[in-house]
Design a protein around this ligand. Structure first.
Ligand code: ADP
Length: 660
């Protein structure tokens, strides 16, 4: 292939612009990203070589080398991993394959601080090199290909890049960063070593750097390695030394690992800039032996709702990396969890198909699920600061415990606002843990604005005589809160849970009761407040139903194409009418959602319920506008729950005719 110039995918160009303009505050992470890529490339080679030993080309000592040249102003990261073919270099370094990329780029605002947060969640990987370099040269050859099939890729990080074929005797990849003037301080062994120690210590491959010595330098101040010498300079000795400790963090004892180290490791494997919300680290012994180090991120990724997206679990077998995104290790609804599982029992050449069937994997999956739920229960338990009761509980907390309590407060609420909707999927997916999951759910309610009401909290404050946990589903919090269906509950001071996540309708199909109390939609079936209604109210309702019979029959006839039935209700106080569905029917909201998603939904004909006390309803009988009023009543009930009349223009015409 002769030299050709190609354009970056539009999203890459935008991302690159951002990388060079907003990531000032955390420049040094470029090294972590590039070393991580190099290490991944070695892992991939090792994996492919299980079936094809020839790929090693008689060089099976996988390693990463970090070198720099002050005069040439370059910093180079070289690995002898899998390498790239010319086409792979074009594809992998010119486009972003990640799902949700478009969405991500569209969210960028140009505000540096906000953008750098976003970009942290997204992960910039290779492109982070442009934080410190104004030009990057990549030279590579894929393992197993001819020497003449090497590739050189060059880009200044603007709109395009060049590629050409080169001869490259060694397999693997060199990433050569041409350092910007203001990044020349990275051309220092001392600086590089300290960054490697900070971010890449756990990488199990050796990260090699050339040893340096002071030339004619005299040690003036022994406590100051840098400043104490004459500027005769450091010279390279030609010997290589390992810059990382290379012990996998998860294989170490918990007590030897600091909070910072856990956080750094998380950032390394997740490419997240933010610290995680929580982690759990355990060695499990018994019939299946494995170590798990699992993290809950602070922020949801862009593609959280993509159920195809694989979980962020890396699988190792006896510290040998096997695969990324081992989805068999956690259920889909926990796909936001990141971490590492290291098994002592699985074979090294385990495939994804094999994982699905393995009994060991099943045990690991159950164990990991339990741990994650345990971690969430723990966060939930400590979400609120202990209240200063009459006995002054908080006052007797030691300063240390107080600090701990403050550190943990609010974490579950934060978790839930990011991942709660996904957790709910578990109700339909993980029957074994349904009870535990139900306890972890949180909702907004008619009496609490924030989504912090657990089902247990709700139960604890149920009214005397209340026999069900009431809820309403709607598209938005405002629609739920102001729904006519809530009127009688508000009047009687009964709390109703407001469910506005898209997944709620579906998830609730799997949750019929909580701790023995049934869950009841206030928009389904006739209202039966049971013991909450007094005798006088019941009697009035029955009488109204009787006197309204002829009118209801007329309404039913007028609306026969729209409504399944028309009846008098006690659930309304201020509104004239509302729509409900039969007890076993699909809610109108779910039907609407399915249609929006392009799926076929059964035609749900709702029941129109009218408020016998409302002036508009009273006016109906004998009105010359009866037909129009009937339709307006129905369409308004639809509007009130966030729906749209089947024929909006006809609705407008009818209303206007009356207004005139
Ligand atoms: P990510 O690592 O998240 O996939 P990057 O932008 O860092 O994203 O890298 C894009 C792709 O380029 C990688 O997935 C990999 O296929 C390829 N790549 C990057 N660095 C190397 C390397 N040192 N050796 C081989 N392939 C690499």
């Amino acid at each position: 292939m002769t030299k050709q110039t190609l354009s970056f995918q539009a999203e890459v160009a935008q991302l690159l612009h951002l990388v060079t303009h907003s990531l000032y505050s955390n420049k040094e992470i470029f090294l972590r990203e590039l070393i991580s890529n190099a290490s991944d490339a070695c892992d991939k080679l090792r994996f492919e070589a299980i079936n094809d030993g020839g790929l090693y080309e008689n060089d099976s000592e996988l390693k990463v080398k970090v070198t720099f040249d002050k005069d040439a102003k370059t910093l180079t990261i070289t690995d002898n991993g899998i390498g790239m073919s010319a086409q792979e270099a074009i594809d992998h370094l010119g486009t972003i394959a990640k799902s949700g990329t478009k969405d991500f780029v569209s969210k960028l605002s140009g505000d540096q601080k906000a953008d750098s947060q976003l970009i942290g969640q997204f992960g910039v990987g290779f492109y982070s090199g442009f934080i410190v370099a104004d030009k990057i040269t990549v030279e590579s050859r894929r393992a197993g290909m001819q020497e003449s099939e090497g590739v050189r890729w060059i880009s200044g990080g603007a709109g395009d890049f060049e590629v050409e074929t080169i001869t490259r005797p060694v397999r693997g990849t060199s990433v050569i960063l041409h350092l910007r003037d203001d990044a020349m301080d990275y051309a220092s062994a001392w600086k590089l070593k300290s960054i490697i120690g900070k971010y890449s210590d756990h990488i199990s491959l050796p990260i090699l750097m050339e040893k340096e010595e002071w030339k004619d330098g005299e040690l003036i101040n022994p406590s100051d390695e840098q400043g104490g010498r004459q500027p005769g300079g450091m010279v390279k000795t030609g010997e290589w030394e390992t810059a990382n400790k290379g012990n996998a963090i998860w294989a170490r004892a918990k007590k030897d690992i600091s909070e910072e180290q856990y956080t750094e490791f998380y950032k390394q494997i997740s490419h997240d800039f933010e610290a995680p919300l929580a982690h759990t680290h355990n060695r499990v012994e018994g019939s299946t032996e494995y170590t798990q180090l699992l993290y809950i991120p602070s922020k949801a990724p862009m593609d959280l709702f993509n159920r195809e997206k694989s979980a962020g679990i890396k699988l190792y077998v006896k510290r040998v990396f096997i695969m990324d995104d081992a989805e068999a290790l956690l259920p889909t609804y926990l796909r936001f969890v990141k971490g590492v599982v290291d098994s002592a029992d699985l074979p090294l050449n385990v495939s994804r198909e094999l994982l699905q069937e393995s009994r060991d994997v099943k045990a690991i999956r159950e164990g990991c699920t339990k741990r994650v739920l345990g971690m969430l229960e723990d966060l939930a338990k400590h979400d609120k600061l202990p209240e200063a009761g009459a006995d002054g509980v908080t006052d007797v907390l030691s300063a240390e415990d107080k600090l701990e309590a403050e550190k943990n407060a609010g974490k579950y609420t934060k978790f839930y606002s990011e991942f709660g909707a996904v957790l709910k999927e578990g109700l339909g997916e993980d029957f074994a843990n349904k009870e535990r999951l139900a306890k972890l759910l949180r909702f907004a309610s008619s009496t609490t604005d924030t989504a912090t009401v657990g089902l247990a909290d709700y139960k604890a404050r149920m009214k005397e005589g209340q026999e069900a946990i009431y809820y309403i589903t709607a598209d938005t919090a405002a629609a739920a809160k102001n729904s006519p269906q809530l009127e009688v509950f508000k009047k009687k001071g009964i709390e109703v849970l407001l469910m506005t996540d898209r997944v709620d309708e579906w998830a609730l199909n799997y949750l019929h009761d909580f701790d023995g109390t049934p869950l009841q939609s206030v928009a389904k079936g006739a209202v039966d407040l049971g013991k909450l209604q007094d005798e006088a109210e019941k009697k009035a309702a029955e009488e109204a139903a009787e006197t309204f019979k002829p009118l209801l029959a007329k309404l039913k006839e007028a609306l026969k194409d729209k409504a399944e039935d028309v009846r008098v209700t006690t659930r309304l106080v201020d509104s004239a009418a509302c729509l409900v569905v039969q007890d076993d029917g699909m809610s109108t909201q779910l039907a609407r959602m399915l249609k929006q998603a392009g799926q076929t939904a059964p035609e749900v004909k709702p029941v129109l319920e009218v408020n016998a006390e409302h002036p508009l309803v009273k006016k109906l009988d004998g009105s010359v506008h009866f037909h129009d009023l009937a339709h307006i009543l129905f369409d308004q009930a639809l509007l009130a729950e966030g729906g749209l009349p089947a024929d909006p223009a006809a609705y407008v015409k009818r209303v206007n005719a009356l207004l005139v």
